[in-house]
Design a protein around this ligand. Structure first.
Ligand code: ADP
Length: 400
């Protein structure tokens, strides 16, 4: 019988990731990535069934479109047997703006709205639009089977009291300025997995999902719905991140612009690319390196302490929204999955909430869903991020 596979495309400004997945059997056939940041472009495709890897290097290209074309032509040439079974293409879209609130089959009107939402995600949405256009052109047979899955969609259930900023209401009414959140696809994945692991239906589940990666966000989920999240209008708000500042007093910006005469564009660069743990440590945004230097480099230690303190503070705040019953804290994302050191530091401050870590279990860093809490604690879980499974599933549900 012909398989029904989904090609998942995750197109960003520094890399393009893609996978071919059977969403029903949860089998990953291919995982690929193109790194665009270096002087040469490197393309890696792993065949997870045959355990083989294709690696190619290319000269830098003068357009993003050419790059996406290259991925498609390589897939069609080298992995035609899998591509022939693809029944839909799922595109991850970071920002749906005020109008796009759930996964949908792409058409010209939706494409235009994604383009318009670029004001909220200038580093992502324009790349998504370019990739979607190429996909429609190169695989016309699937032109009615391209689906967009939004990182903002899961947060549509956040109530007004949590998504509105206390600025004149007209800025929300006329310009859609509000909290949208991000990482929603993975927060939803974590919720679904937690429901299976804890054997509790999604709509009764109360969890706090901590997605800690180069961008980090934390979401309060009550009865299976997002009720608050740390990222805001854009992914700059909230937790301290690799290079992003997270929550600051907006007056810091006025001070930089008006008193220090730093041009606004430069302030934007400082707060998005030069802040976070990189800014505090003056060293790196890579948490592996910061951890290595924790006991010898004062600023590295400070940056990790500030990162963990902010997360503990959010967990404390969000736990009070749990209607008296927090079912679990979940760690996910590159740091959340891999750093027992950071997990311990975050939980260490939360004994008042009945959260205690089991040091031994926490140290076991294998790529599986695990409990890392001690017996007397509320469950604390580690769940590896997997946006692709949700994107593939939602695409399948809409096209098959
Ligand atoms: P992205 O947001 O780009 O998807 P990831 O979720 O892959 O990011 O997370 C990247 C971050 O995870 C980097 O800051 C990296 O330093 C950190 N990281 C990866 N492995 C480890 C580890 N073993 N210990 C600590 N941090 C790690």
């Amino acid at each position: 019988m012909k398989k029904k596979l989904i090609l998942v495309l995750n197109c960003g400004s520094s890399s393009v990731k893609f996978s071919v997945i059977d969403p029903i059997l949860e089998i990953n056939y291919l995982d690929g990535m193109v790194d665009i940041l270096n002087s040469k472009i490197s393309l890696i495709i792993k065949n997870l069934i045959k355990n083989t890897t294709l690696f190619k290097e290319f000269e830098k290209m003068d357009s993003y479109e050419k790059l996406i074309k290259l991925i498609f032509t390589t897939l069609l040439c080298k992995y035609k047997n899998y591509l022939d079974d693809v029944v839909g293409i799922g595109h991850r879209v970071v920002h749906g703006g005020p109008f796009l609130k759930k996964s949908m089959i792409i058409n010209s009107d939706i494409l235009l709205k994604i383009k318009q939402s670029s004001i909220f995600a200038p580093l992502h949405n324009p790349f998504h639009v370019a990739a979607i256009k190429i996909a429609l052109k190169i695989m016309p047979i699937l032109q009615y089977n391209n689906v967009v899955v939004f990182d903002t969609a899961f947060h549509q259930t956040i109530p007004k009291k949590a998504f509105l900023y206390a600025i004149p209401y007209k800025f929300y009414k006329n310009y859609s300025i509000r909290r949208y959140g991000a990482h929603g696809i993975n927060h939803f994945y974590v919720l679904k997995k937690s429901s299976l692991i804890l054997k509790k239906p999604i709509n009764c589940l109360n969890i706090i999902s901590c997605h800690l990666g180069s961008g980090s966000s934390i979401t309060a989920i009550v009865n299976g719905q997002s009720v608050d999240t740390s990222m805001g209008l854009t992914p700059l708000e909230g937790l301290v991140m690799g290079t992003r500042c997270g929550d600051i007093d907006p007056y810091v910006i006025f001070y930089m612009v008006n008193e220090l005469n730093i041009p606004v564009k430069e302030v934007q660069q400082i707060l998005t690319k030069e802040s976070g743990v990189l800014g505090i440590s003056s060293m790196t945004s890579d948490f592996r390196k910061l951890e290595e230097k924790y006991y010898t480099h004062k600023q590295a230690k400070l940056s990790i302490n500030i990162f963990c303190y902010r997360i503990s503070k959010y967990i404390s705040g969000y736990s009070s929204l749990m209607q008296g019953r927090l079912d679990a804290i979940v760690f996910t994302g590159g740091i959340g999955e891999n750093s027992s050191f950071i997990r311990q530091k975050i939980i260490h401050k939360l004994s008042l909430l009945n959260l205690f870590i089991d040091v031994k279990k926490n140290k076991k860093n294998y790529k599986k869903n695990i409990f890392i809490n001690s017996m007397n604690s509320i469950p604390i879980l580690v769940i590896p991020a997997n946006e692709n499974q949700i994107i593939a599933q939602e695409t399948y549900d809409l096209v098959v």
